[in-house]
Design a protein around this ligand. Structure first.
Ligand code: TXA
Ligand code: MG
Length: 353
């Protein structure tokens, strides 16, 4: 075992594939956890992307499941691997403005605004002029973002092509924010997995429509409205509904652990419910609340540091799924700033009590 608890020398295949599914015995593991990206692995990644392969890689938000955004075939494989509905478009990742201009319409005014928030966890919806129609699910728009994560940007820059990547998780399941979860979930299902710097934000990018008036937040994310408003003006948080989803993806179930997770918003109520619960139930809570419980809990970090809660949230859901516990309770967080995104993800992940 190395310091991160991952063994990468002998990763066997976990072949649970159904007839007709693509069977891969092993994914190529590229390890950038302790050394910067080297030329040989960058070249290997470029070759995989350019020949239509899929690669799981870390970003500053969550891990992505990447493919050449210009190739219908490469993008189709992403939908198949994730079991993602075909009408939910992929986000396209770029490493430069020059790359944006090759695939989408971008005017000077918006470009200047984007230089203030990119690279970073923001996706903007633009008119598509160059990306595969499979990636955009046939829409004439494309969601684009320039990641802050250095290794991700280096990978895209070296490959020289825009990379379409949804979050690397099976459709409806929690996103992945740890190398160990990426490896367990995707080894054998994709051509390569890059292990690297784990996401510092832990929640997906904020998706905005910059051309509506006022500009709209279609999906809350790691950039808060307060951080974006100095650049884009007043933003409307468009909540949508099942018939009129804000983004195509919003009509689907999301972020849920396989086992039931129940939200008890009020902390006092949460403590009561936990104290009455059986041993097969695990609390998922802030460090402060956990310390008052007198039983094992999965920690989300300090309640007073919402960035740490964001960074730990999906890892906690995945740890719960891997544990022997049958169900879990989670408490609420104040819905302000990053708390809005945290509560959005918790609500979507949890079952009715
Ligand atoms: O942080 C992130 O955004 C991560 C990392 C990997 O970059 N990616 C991610 O992708 O969260 P995904 O596929 O899980 O979510 C993409 C969201 C979906 O809600 C989708 O409907 C929306 O973006 N979206 C993509 N293209 C769109 C478009 N042209 N118009 C409206 N919504 C779009
Ligand atoms: Mg997702």
């Amino acid at each position: 075992m190395d310091v991160t608890g991952l063994r990468i020398d002998n990763i066997g295949s976990s072949d649970k594939s159904q007839p007709g599914e693509r069977i891969k015995l092993k994914s190529k593991i590229i390890d950038w956890r302790t050394a910067p990206p080297d030329l040989a692995s960058l070249q290997e990644i470029k070759d995989i992307f350019r020949s239509g392969g899929n690669i799981v890689f870390p970003t500053e938000t969550v891990f992505g499941l990447g493919a050449n955004a210009l190739s219908d075939n490469a993008c189709s494989k992403v939908f198949l691997t994730k079991k993602r509905p075909g009408d939910n478009p992929l986000i396209v990742h770029v490493s430069s403005f020059e790359m944006v201009e090759r695939i989408a319409e971008l005017d000077q005014e918006l470009k200047e605004k984007l230089t203030m928030v990119w690279p970073g966890p923001l996706t903007v919806i633009l008119k598509n002029i160059g990306v595969s129609k499979i990636a955009t699910s046939g829409l004439d728009t494309v969601g684009i973002r320039m990641p802050l994560h250095r290794q991700a940007r280096k990978m895209i820059e070296f490959a020289g092509i825009p990379i379409a990547a949804p979050s690397a998780n099976m459709a409806s399941r929690p996103s992945i924010t740890r190398n160990s979860d990426a490896l367990r979930e995707f080894n054998g299902k994709v051509d390569a997995i890059i292990l690297g710097d784990e996401p510092e934000f832990g929640l997906e990018s904020t998706v905005i429509d910059p051309y509506s008036s006022p500009a709209k937040i279609l999906r809350s994310g790691s950039y808060t409205a307060q951080e974006l408003e100095p650049v884009f003006g007043k933003l409307e948080l468009y909540s949508g509904n099942q018939e009129h989803p804000t983004t195509p993806g919003m009509k689907y179930r999301h972020y849920s652990p396989v086992k039931p997770l129940y939200l008890v918003e009020n902390i006092l109520e949460f403590k009561k419910v936990v104290s009455r619960s059986e041993d097969n139930v695990v609390p998922i809570c802030s460090e402060e609340v956990g310390e008052s419980l007198d039983r094992y809990f999965i920690s989300l970090g300090s309640q007073y540091d919402l960035r740490s809660v964001a960074r730990n949230l999906f890892a906690a859901f995945n740890a719960f799924d891997q544990s022997n516990y049958d169900s879990a309770f989670i408490h609420g967080f104040q819905e302000e700033g990053l708390g809005i995104t945290i509560m959005n993800r918790i609500r979507k992940a949890s079952s009715e009590l």
